[in-house]
Design a protein around this ligand. Structure first.
Ligand SMILES: [Mg+2]
Length: 373
């Protein structure tokens, strides 16, 4: 059935690629990088504009242009799930997982922001709140950091911001630097003291038996509470072995693009993770939360904290969001309306700002915009 013609429609989509150099060289267990690429989508309806983004390959911008824009422009601005479904179908032959998922996610997020702006409500109120605030954990602790840098970053979260949860990267060089990994986790525990939850993320760098051996030591000696991607997240039997062997919670899910992926992973983790900038935007992230809930699990939002903050208010089984160093740096530079994590929780929409509550700083956008986009 057609919607009444008085509904506002999506009039245009624009997409730009932005490059942000890191503040110093960064690496985790299995990758290194010196810049972060953002694909930024703006969806317009009349004089209102919504913003959405993903952190991924610049090719996602071409997918938006070539395959997704026509699915969205001309639709009712209210019916975001219908637009999401149309985009999903349009990606069938190009691939919904991977770059297609990043592109779809950025558009979906822009459409939710647009709808809430048209309604002049914070997005958390459009979705409906299940909670007043959103816990976060400080995340960074790259394997490239020296001790002073690691200690300084951890103190900034735990002491200056009073965030009671922090995470560092381990699994350096595909698990080839065990002694340095353990020394860094020990330094992290000494730095934040006994009362801050300490998390580690191996980004799939360890073998299964290696992860179990190190996981026991980190739990026993250093009270590590969260072991993320101890082995490859593609190895579901391996994740199950690690989870069954350890008291530490095992978490994974950041590379999930579809609900069947999350449903398959849920039985082998203690906490499911999902990234709204990859899995299909806010529309699918909320459904991933339902998949987790059906398995008796909480959901943790992966990276891009200002994408997740409002949606996180809408789910009862939220664990927390990742206050990720790179993305916090980018989002604080690019947007006015940046959220304050002091005390360890965000309060999205508390000031009544519509949508995601963010305003683009065009001078920063122009400085980082890749030419030709
Ligand atoms: Mg991770």
């Amino acid at each position: 059935m057609d919607r009444p013609t008085k509904d506002p429609t999506v009039d245009a989509l624009t997409v730009q690629v932005l490059d942000f150099p890191t503040d110093e060289p960064e690496a985790d267990g299995t990758a290194s990088w010196s810049a972060t690429t953002m694909v930024l989508v703006q969806a317009r309806s009349g004089t209102a504009s919504g913003i959405g983004w993903t952190y991924g390959a610049a090719g996602a911008a071409s997918v938006v242009h070539d395959l997704l824009a026509d699915c969205v422009v001309g639709r009712s601005a209210w019916d975001v799930p219908a637009a999401n479904e149309a985009m999903t179908r349009a990606l069938r032959n190009a691939g919904r997982p991977g770059v297609g998922g990043y592109a779809l996610s950025a558009v979906d997020i822009a459409l939710w922001d647009l709808k809430a702006r048209l309604l002049q409500l914070p997005l958390a109120d459009v979705l409906g709140r299940a909670r007043p605030d959103v816990p976060v954990y400080g995340s960074g602790g790259f394997t490239t950091y020296d001790d002073a840098r690691l200690e300084g970053q951890l103190r900034a979260w735990a002491e200056d911001r009073r965030i009671p949860r922090v995470k560092i990267k381990i699994g350096e060089s595909w698990g080839g630097c065990e002694h340095r990994d353990l020394a860094r986790v020990e330094l992290a525990r000494e730095t934040v003291g006994p009362d801050v939850e300490l998390y580690v993320d191996a980004n799939g760098g360890y073998r299964v038996a290696q992860a179990i051996r190190l996981g026991h030591r980190m739990a026993r000696d250093l009270d590590v509470r969260w072991f993320e991607e101890p082995c490859s997240s593609d190895d579901l039997p391996g994740l199950a072995r690690v989870r069954d062997a350890l008291d530490t919670e095992v978490a994974a899910g950041e590379y999930g693009f579809t609900l069947p992926y999350f449903a398959a992973m849920a039985p082998v983790v203690d906490c499911l993770q999902a990234d709204a900038t990859r899995c299909g935007g806010i529309t699918v992230w909320l459904r991933a939360a339902a998949v987790a809930e059906a398995h008796g699990l909480q959901l943790s939002g992966h990276c891009a904290p200002h994408v997740h903050a409002h949606a996180a208010c809408a789910i009862p089984n939220l664990r927390h969001l990742e206050w990720f160093h790179d993305h916090v740096r980018i989002e604080s530079a690019l947007f006015d309306g940046f959220l304050d994590p002091t005390g360890g929780a965000l309060r999205p929409g508390h000031d009544g700002s519509p949508g995601l509550g963010l305003t683009l700083r065009h001078d920063v956008l122009e400085r980082h915009r890749r030419s030709g986009t």
